[in-house]
Design a protein around this ligand. Structure first.
Ligand code: HEM
Length: 156
């Protein structure tokens, strides 16, 4: 087993109890709610983090599929793409204003920065600001974190 699978396996072993700020909560949670007008209980789907993310995105614009080979070409200070949770971000314009400095991001230019991004404990504000730099997503076969109906790895 290689180091990467060991890392992911240990992440998988973490408690799967949901945290309020789960970054990748892709499945809808069914909640029961009382409808005051009809005095009946009805089921509705609670809005999840991911729906909030996608609602702020221009839905008419299909997210472009970008593979890791392409991402790897964008690894310089004036052309810096990174991958977080299988999404591709162009953070070139953000480098100079990143509160943690440009060097830490440049270390991951053209590569997957998910574990570094999570590991540095970014706030929910930081996670939301990612949206601004989103340019695409990895093709299904190259994804590590997401599968069509949810997440491959839970606990983040
Ligand atoms: C486009 C991607 C990124 C965005 C939008 C972003 C955003 C931010 C923001 C808003 C903060 C301020 C603190 C907070 O609100 O959490 C921050 C801090 C920080 N970020 Fe990032 N970040 C990105 C990528 C990264 C990456 C890849 C690393 C890699 C290690 C990193 C390392 C750090 C560190 C170390 C701090 C702490 C700075 C301090 O407290 O002095 N960031 N980031």
């Amino acid at each position: 087993m290689d180091l990467l699978s060991l890392t992911f396996r240990s992440l998988d072993l973490r408690s799967n109890k949901r945290q309020p700020e789960d970054f990748l909560r892709l499945k809808k949670e069914n909640v029961v709610e009382r409808d005051e007008t009809s005095k009946q209980f009805k089921r509705r789907s609670k809005q999840t983090t991911d729906e909030i993310r996608s609602s702020s995105r221009d839905e008419s614009k299909q997210l472009k599929t970008i593979n890791m080979d392409e991402v790897a070409w964008h690894d310089t200070v004036d052309n810096c793409w990174i991958v977080i949770h299988d999404f591709v971000y162009d953070c070139t314009d953000f480098l100079s204003s990143h509160p943690g400095g440009s060097d830490v991001i440049l270390e991951y230019a053209g590569r997957d920065a998910t574990l570094a991004f999570i590991g540095t404990g970014h706030s929910s504000m930081a996670r939301q600001s990612l949206e601004r730099y989103l340019i695409g997503e990895l093709p299904a076969e190259e994804r590590i974190f997401r599968v069509p109906n949810g997440v491959k790895l839970a606990g983040f």
